[in-house]
Design a protein around this ligand. Structure first.
Ligand SMILES: N=CN[C@@H](CCC(=O)O)C(=O)O
Ligand SMILES: [Zn+2]
Length: 400
């Protein structure tokens, strides 16, 4: 059955509808109509139009599905021992990436495909309806290309992160040339974005600029891992190159904050990563106050943030970073959509990250009467149902 054959669906029993849409705002006692993969109507239940069938969510809160704009899902292996050592006092170092690269290269395509599919399903079960994911644990032409191809089978936004770590035994500048040459050509058909880990122990600002400009010239959009482990030039480079997003942003100068506030580059904070590396939390409050656009993402990866739970990230942003619930929900939905340049729709691709007429019908129903419960009841399994592209893919336990 095609989406348009399914007819319209009226969702009722919405105690609180958080649309994240400037005009619609938050609507108590609301309803939504879905037609195909888009929202056809949203507003007060008392004014809801008729539809072909109705689903009652029983007095629960509804918000847009999470847009997780930063993950690394294509990997094999486990780094629990490294994590335990960190919790016992060791500092995080970029070198751990090589451990995952070894395990990833050893996995065959079918295994990697199964692992990525399971991680995407897990994220969906937690309310995530849009995902970006990166290569970066292959670090050879063959392994980066197959990572990109496998990711593209499961995720809309795939990012080339060949510049994640210089593999052991290679000259850094030679590796940068490989990334900008045959590696880029091999991944390009499968990816929309390019990223670089601009950090001590990974790539310098000059090497990062070389990679990013080569990828931009090949038609890719740009993202940057910047200012994670210490102050540095990652943020300034991202703003200079008009990258869509610079992510981590733990160590910012006032100039960095000002540059982000005056730019089109989204500052993406990764609260679960900050906890898991015991890093100073990214200054999300300061960034918002300065006028920057902030996104919240999971950074799901085996080294620094092994969780796909955006509910957890949102709760942490509220409880630890000083955001209000409304600010955190916006950063994890519309903020993520902006970081992926998917906040504005086209005729064939509806906008994501907010709920309004014609946006994509990606709905996250909480087992709670309001979105405040995301932080008020941290750690609880609050995702009750999920619609993605107008289709209900996650159902409450025990219901058909
Ligand atoms: N910082 C760079 N890359 C990942 C960590 C990768 C790893 O340690 O495996 C991150 O975003 O935190
Ligand atoms: Zn990352």
């Amino acid at each position: 059955m095609s989406l348009s054959d399914r007819g319209s669906v009226l969702i009722t029993g919405i105690a609180e509808l958080t649309t994240v849409d400037e005009e619609l705002g938050t609507i108590p006692d609301a309803a939504v109509v879905i037609e195909g993969e888009r929202i056809a109507w949203a507003g007060p239940a008392s004014r809801a139009p008729a539809a072909d069938r109705a689903v009652d969510v029983g007095g629960r809160a509804v918000l847009p599905g999470w847009v997780d704009s930063h993950t690394h899902l294509v990997f094999d292996g486990d780094r629990a021992p490294e994590f335990a050592a960190r919790m016992a006092g060791q500092a995080y170092e970029a070198g751990g990436i090589a451990v995952t690269a070894d395990a990833t290269r050893a996995a065959d395509d079918a295994r990697l495909d199964t692992l990525v599919a399971a991680r995407v399903r897990e994220a969906l079960a937690g309310g995530t309806t849009s995902l970006e994911t990166k290569t970066g644990y292959g670090l050879t032409v063959r392994d980066e290309a197959r990572s990109a191809r496998i990711a593209a089978a499961h995720v809309e936004d795939v990012t080339f992160l060949g510049a994640h770590l210089v593999p052991d035994g290679l000259d850094p500048d030679d590796y940068v040339e490989l990334v900008c040459g045959s590696m880029l050509s091999a991944v390009a058909p499968h990816v929309r974005w390019a990223d670089v880990f601009c950090e001590r122990g990974a790539f310098t600002v000059e090497q990062s600029r070389r990679v990013l400009t080569a990828c931009r010239d090949a038609g890719l959009g740009l993202r940057v891992h910047g200012n994670q482990l210490g102050p540095g030039g990652g943020v300034a480079l991202a703003v200079e190159l008009r990258a869509a997003s610079v992510d981590h942003v733990n160590h910012l100068t006032d100039d960095d904050v000002e540059a982000l506030a005056g730019s089109a580059t989204v500052a993406t904070v990764l609260p679960a990563c900050d906890l898991s590396t015991r890093a100073p939390l990214a200054p999300a409050r300061q960034l918002l106050d300065a006028g920057a656009t902030v996104a919240i993402a999971s950074n799901a990866n085996p080294g620094t943030s092994w969780t796909t739970s955006m509910n957890f990230c949102v709760a942490t942003a509220v409880l630890q970073m000083g955001l209000s619930v409304a600010e955190a929900v916006e950063a994890a939905t519309l903020g993520g959509a902006r970081a992926l340049r998917r906040d504005i729709g086209t005729a064939d691709r509806p906008a994501i990250g907010r709920l309004a007429v014609d946006t994509r019908a990606d709905l996250h129903v909480l087992d709670a009467p309001s979105a405040v419960h995301l932080a008020y009841r941290p750690g609880m399994p609050l995702t009750w149902a999920v619609w993605r592209r107008g289709e209900q893919l996650v159902r409450p336990v025990g219901r058909p």
